[in-house]
Each structure stands twice: as C-alpha cells, then as structure tokens.
Write a protein that binds this ligand. Structure first.
Ligand code: BTN
Length: 245
C-alpha cells in the first residue's frame, strides 16, 4: 500500500500533514514520519507530547474498499499487529489495552489514532497515526497524564528506531491486506493472549457513567464486552475509556 515515505524534520502533526497531502493527490497510499511535532494529537482531543528525535511519530494514509462501520475492528487489528511485531523484538511482552493503547507492565509505550478523512461508495480514506515512546526523557512543563514507559530499553539491544519502523510498516501492510479480504475475524482469536486486562476487573468510563465489571473480550466488530452483575454490556470506542481497577 505504501508507495511513498516522506521523512520530515518537524511538522505540526503527521496526521494533519497526511490529510493535506491526501487533498493534494487523493488515492496514493503513503507514509510520513517526523522527528518532531509541534501540535501532536492524541485520542479524545488530547495533545501528544512530541519532543525532537526521542520517539517515533508516523502516519499512514490509505484508501480501503470498506465502509466506515468496518473501522472499529480495523483499529484493533492495527494495534494487535503492532503488538505482535514488537513482541518479536521485545524481551518484556507488550500488551494491548482496548481500544488501542500499547502497554508494558501497565505503562503506555504507544498510542494509535485512526481517523477517517472521508468515505465515498464504500471506500474510506484512513489516516492511521502512531506514536511510540522510544527514548524520551521526563518532560519539563506539561506533564504526561498517565503512566508511560520507553520501548527502546525493552527490545533486544541491536534494534534501531528505523528498523522498528521498517518492520512495523511491512507487517501493517500485510495486516491491511488481510483485513481488507477477511475483516476482523482472523485477528479476534489473538485478543485473550494479548489484552493487558483480559478477564480482570476494570472500569469503563463513558461521558455519562462509569461501569464496573470484568473484561470479557471483544465482539467480531471490535466492540468491548464487559461482564457485569447485570449481564454482558457492549461498548464501542469513541469517547469511552477503560481503567484497570
Ligand atoms: C493516543 O491518544 O493514544 C493516540 C496517540 C497518537 C499519536 C500519533 S504521533 C503520530 C500521529 N500524529 C499525531 O498528531 N498523532 C499521531
């Protein structure tokens, strides 16, 4: 899928760069990677702290013959694919927290932001943004609002940032192919082994309420199952977040 890779020193956000490139020439699958972002974005309108040359910040722009309803599963498939790639290189296993944070020992090492920049005739343009904490120092000023860790010290020694990016892109290309042909099904069986909190007590926080229960896996469309005393409740991503109890 990735016909072009733009390597940038500094950018506002690789996600915004990708959206602009797409408007200039739609239809070309491409990747951009930056050493620094001045306006990095996280999920739920948060900012993503992006110091120079410490981390990996990249975005993938692709067009897939899927409607927007298929995207919940796709963003989980991307997270699961990244966990598998990283675990081939990691001495400490990485796990996934629904919908798609990558954690090591319950500390966040990477986040994924999947945005759809448009849909026509059941084709979606996807903007997949990935931020990986690689070798970041504790930040002065704006604090990071959750426990986090760097990936570099957890990998086998010889792996460089560029090699990790290359492996992730090769595997994500394959993941997009599989998803396009078979949907989420081939990925769903990976969940129990790779979820950070499978069958553990969690809280699900929505803008209205907090629900407590046990993480009971995911539906075939990527929605989360929470086992509560009142039965199974299903949550779709968006404004929802999951906390370990
Ligand atoms: C999250 O909140 O966990 C998602 C974080 C996604 C950050 C990446 S860094 C590259 C791309 N550009 C952005 O502005 N955000 C994503």
């Amino acid at each position: 899928y990735f016909k072009q890779i733009d390597v940038l020193t500094s950018v506002d956000s690789t996600a915004d760069y990708m959206a602009r490139q797409w408007r200039l020439s739609p239809g070309v699958g491409r990747v951009c990677v930056a050493e620094h972002q001045t306006a990095g974005r996280g999920r739920k309108g948060r900012s993503w702290i992006s110091p120079f040359a410490a981390n990996l910040y990249f975005s993938i722009g692709v067009e897939l013959p899927l409607g927007l309803s298929a995207l919940g599963g796709l963003s989980l498939a991307i997270g699961l694919s990244m966990v598998q790639t990283i675990n081939q290189l990691a001495e400490t296993p990485v796990k996934i927290k629904w919908p798609n944070d990558l954690l090591v020992n319950h500390q966040k090492v990477a986040g994924i932001l999947v945005e759809a920049n448009g849909e026509s005739h059941d084709t979606s343009f996807l903007n997949i943004g990935v931020g990986i904490n690689w070798d970041m120092q504790h930040q002065q000023g704006e604090p990071i609002d959750q426990p986090w860790a760097n990936l570099k010290p957890l990998l086998v020694k010889s792996v460089t940032r560029n090699e990790l990016l290359a492996k992730l892109l090769v595997d994500l290309d394959e993941t997009l192919n599989i998803y396009q042909q078979q949907g989420f099904e081939p990925f769903s069986s990976l969940w129990p082994a790779l979820s950070a909190v499978y069958q553990q007590p969690v809280h699900i926080i929505t803008p209205q309420d907090t629900y407590s229960g046990t993480e009971a896996g995911i539906e075939s469309n990527g929605a989360l199952r929470l086992e509560t005393p009142q039965g199974i409740k299903i949550f779709h991503s968006g404004e929802v977040s999951l906390r370990k109890v």
